[in-house]
Design a protein around this ligand. Structure first.
Ligand code: PLP
Length: 875
């Protein structure tokens, strides 16, 4: 069966929006009695065509639904255009509204009914379920009927309001609907294998397909036939199986299971606690606002925040609350629900960001002397964590993008080379963990599955720490999900239990038995299913991409040895780094954030992608903008050798191409991030960020490079914020045009040389040089790892270090002497250490630092320069 091509729902949304807007506009023109007859005929034909486009498409949504569509068609035939406007306009508006209707009282959703039952039975069933509604129900829902396997797959791929799906075996396989306009997003389904299945097996296959696309949906099976023949065991699971149509039970189950996702145990407990009368004879005078509300000097704080936040400020761990350090009540349940939502075995909330989450994971896994492979460009928390844990750190180099002064990601070949070197030198046992950032700040996404498989083939119990600080949202859209740590780990676990895999592995093992390292390096390796131990950790800054207060992060664990081996170490590490006074508002916000993504994550991420696509297209199509700015594509940010799937020159922006790239390429570019090349403006990234975007227009961006600015969309990005950004860029482009026009010859020359400096090749980005032999782990120096902790603490003794300016350091290098950093040196941007304690300072690094026009460099003192070890200390 071919893979389901997914990820195009946003295009469908755009098609709906455009079509309903055009229908409204045409009806408005037709309602004008003075319209010339030839124009009238033209408009009528176009209106009929648009209705033909949208009617079949709308069969996948309950709203407007078949009745309203039939009415609308009647109005069109009768030429009653006022009624057409009245019907079409609200549909168009509800689709585009930035403020989607807030469901303050009773959220509504849709339920997909898959079955070949005919319209009479559909109507009867819908009526049955309608009769069961009660005013006290927590939610209401509408039904969407589809008769076939193919329609069901399309519906779950495009209808973001679905929360549940009821499958009746015996459905048809193919769709009667022709949707030429969205051909490119329709699943490519090979239905042949399903034709040969029993009806129950086909229902199971459908359930599996739906789970692949939307794992959060509740699935029900309503069977008339022998349900005992179900094979089970797959990754999908029916919430409930009904032997016959029992509308009452079905109705209750649908509501109960959505309620299950809707629950927020900790947020609810905190709200309830805040309503209880309490007297505080303990810490936290601000709780209940006591220390501020009557204070003439501090009451404005209560005015600003409102009282609720202080009513919810407490240090209590009882009275319905719970302790983060030993959760047994609502916090435990909230974490368990998060584990379910993110596909983990366990999830832990962290209230000091992923900076702390990374330290917890590292400490729980590493004992001093263990070798850790890590991307040199990873967030500084990893470097500090490895230093604290006493790891032997092997820094991996990412591929550089010198033109933009951006680092990419670490090629798999680099990682395999290192692992094979350890195997060759008999030190593979010492290798404990691989830590990589997925996706990188700039949006480079790894092929997580391939990295894990090939590494596990060399070292079957390697632990993976995937820093998904920027990737929590990825779980909730099928395009991204396949490249997240937890989804891949589940897939691998299933794969290694499959007898077919065992056979494939056996064949490869035989073929590789005498092979040399070069052959291993260039073979797509398969791990030994009998030896492999999946030990995977993902850390996510929930607050960066989903709903959570700042510092709200999660650690997701999928570790087959966790209970047996690592749980205690993990608990100790968690205790080491977690405050005994964790912030309850952060914890409650993560609970709500989890609820939100379980119920509308798919919709939110789909919209986010839509916003990013719209922005990208608008910049490319605008003549003034495209004269000054260029959006970097995968072709710019990922070298061709890592993009086997994509023909050179294509943009990687089209959704189907993206889908293909996400399935096959070593690296892909996260389409929700937009890197703008601003080199042609003659303004550097840092100035553009501060002086142009922030100071003039209040637009906040985080990351810039010499000649680029990164714009990130997120689930809160609205059409109006995108429109504002475009407006600002257009204004800036026009101002730049005006400035250039007004320039005299001297200014013009200066401008041109600034442009040249920003568009010319800068000094190459330096690789990690090397640890000084004094700190190297391998006495024979076959492998490059070094001990950060030794160097870091050696530098506590002031006598062993001195300061050298860049020129002085250069002079020492010219004399053939080693210069070794005693500290971390971290320029912002790029925000990762260009030097770590114990690292040899190379010419490349000095040159790079000299060319760096960054205002913030931690660990480098202007005037004094680099703190380096004295030669005596290194002797
Ligand atoms: C890759 C990466 N990991 C970890 C962190 C730290 O996350 P937090 O800000 O949640 O502490 C960041 C912060 O920018 C990051 O970029």
């Amino acid at each position: 069966m071919q893979a389901l091509r997914m990820g195009g729902n946003s295009n469908v949304w755009q098609l709906r929006v455009d079509t309903w807007n055009s229908i409204t506009e045409l009806a408005r023109q037709l309602s004008d009695a003075t319209l010339a007859p030839d124009r009238r005929v033209e408009r009528e034909t176009e209106l009929a065509r648009l209705i033909d486009v949208v009617a079949p498409l709308e069969s996948y949504w309950a709203d407007p639904g078949p009745h309203q569509m039939a009415e609308l068609q009647k109005f069109v035939i009768a030429g009653n255009y006022e009624l057409v406007i009245n019907a079409a306009e609200p549909i168009a508006r509800s689709l585009v509204g930035d403020q989607r209707t807030p469901h303050r009282h009773r959220p509504t959703f849709e339920v997909l009914m898959v079955g070949d039952i005919g319209s009479e039975e559909e109507e009867a069933l819908a009526e049955d379920l309608r009769q069961l509604r009660r005013p006290e129900d927590p939610f209401s829902y509408e039904l969407v009927f589809v008769p076939s396997f193919a329609d069901a797959i399309i519906a779950v791929a495009v209808n973001e309001h679905l929360q549940a799906c009821v499958i009746r075996p015996g459905f048809r396989l193919r769709s009667d609907i022709e949707l030429q306009q969205i051909d490119h997003v329709i699943p490519t389904l090979d239905l042949k294998p399903i034709e040969e299945m029993s009806t129950i097996q086909a229902a199971e296959a459908l359930a599996q397909r739906i789970t692949d696309v939307r794992p959060e949906l509740d699935l029900y099976l309503v069977g008339h036939t022998a349900i005992e023949t179900m094979t089970g065991g797959a990754d999908h699971s029916f919430r409930r199986v009904f032997l016959r149509q029992d509308s009452f039970e079905l109705h209750l189950s649908i509501l109960r299971n959505v309620t299950d996702r809707y629950q927020t145990p900790f947020f609810t407990a905190l709200r309830e606690y805040s309503r209880q009368p309490t007297g505080v004879f303990h810490a936290l005078p601000i709780s209940r606002g006591k220390s501020i509300v009557n204070s003439p000097w501090a009451s404005d704080m209560a005015d600003f925040y409102g009282l609720n936040i202080f009513l919810a400020e407490t240090s209590a761990t009882s009275g319905g609350l719970d302790s983060l350090l030993d959760p047994v009540g609502p916090l435990k349940t909230a974490q368990d629900l998060a584990a379910r939502a993110f596909g983990a075995q366990r999830t832990y909330f962290v209230t000091n960001g992923t900076s702390t989450a990374n330290k917890i994971v590292a400490q729980s896994i590493i004992t001093p002397g263990d070798i850790v492979l890590v991307d040199r460009n990873c967030h500084k928390s990893h470097h500090y964590a490895l230093m604290l844990a006493g790891a032997e750190t092997n820094y991996l180099d990412a591929y550089p993008l010198n033109q933009y002064s951006i680092y990419g990601a670490v090629p798999l070949e680099t990682i395999k080379q290192q692992l094979l070197a350890y195997r060759r030198t008999g030190r593979l046992d010492q290798v404990k963990m691989l830590a990589l950032t997925n996706c990188t700040f700039d949006g480079i996404v790894y092929d997580v599955e391939r990295v894990m498989e090939e590494c596990l083939a060399i070292k079957p119990d390697l632990v993976f720490l995937w820093d998904e600080a920027w990737f929590a949202f990825a779980r909730f859209h099928p395009l991204y999900r396949r490249r997240t740590a937890m989804a891949v780990t589940r897939r691998l676990r299933q794969r290694y239990r499959d007898p077919d895999y065992q056979q494939r592995y056996g064949a490869q093992a035989a073929a590789l038995s005498d092979a040399d390292d070069q052959t291993w390096l260039h073979t797509r390796l398969l791990p030994d299913p009998n030896k492999v131990r999946l030990r995977v950790y993902a850390t996510q800054s929930t607050h960066k991409t989903l709903t959570a207060l700042r510092q709200g992060s999660m650690i997701h664990v999928f570790d087959e040895l966790f209970g047996r081996r690592n749980e205690e170490a993990f608990r100790e590490a968690y205790m080491t780094h977690t405050s005994t006074s964790p912030n309850y508002q952060i914890l409650a916000s993560m609970d709500v954030g989890r609820r939100q993504v379980e119920l509308e994550g798919f919709e939110l991420v789909s919209r986010q992608l839509e916003m990013a696509t719209a922005f990208r297209e608008a910049v490319q199509d605008h003549s003034t903008l495209s004269r000054h700015f260029r959006i970097l594509t995968a072709n710019d940010l990922i070298p061709a050798e890592y993009r086997r799937a994509e023909p050179e020159g294509s943009s990687n922006e089209d959704m189907t191409e993206l889908q293909h790239a996400f399935e096959h390429d070593e690296f892909v570019l996260d389409p929700s991030r937009i890197t703008l090349d601003i080199g042609l403006t003659g303004v550097d990234g840092d100035t553009f960020k501060h002086a142009y975007l922030m100071d003039r227009y209040g637009i906040q961006v985080n990351k810039t490079s010499r000649n680029t600015v990164l714009f990130m969309t997120n689930i809160g990005t609205t059409r109006s914020s995108v429109a504002y950004l475009l407006e600002v860029l257009i204004k800036l482009a026009q101002e730049l045009d005006d400035e250039v026009t007004r320039m005299g010859p001297l200014d013009r020359r200066a401008h041109d040389s600034r442009v040249l400096a920003l568009t010319d090749q800068p000094p190459p980005l330096p690789n990690f040089s090397a640890f000084h032999p004094r700190f190297r782990g391998d006495p024979d120096q076959n492998t490059p790892e070094g001990n950060l902790r030794d160097a870091f603490f050696l530098a506590y003794n002031e006598e062993v270090s001195e300061y050298l300016t860049g020129a002085e350091a250069q002079a020492r290098l010219d004399e053939g002497r080693d210069v070794v950093s005693a500290t971390f040196v971290i320029p912002y941007p790029p925000g990762f250490p260009i030097l770590v304690p114990g690292q040899i300072i190379s010419r490349d690094i000095l040159e790079f630092m000299q060319a760096l026009d960054t205002r913030e460099i931690h660990g480098y003192l202007t005037g004094l320069g680099y703190r380096v070890f004295t030669e005596e200390a290194l002797a």
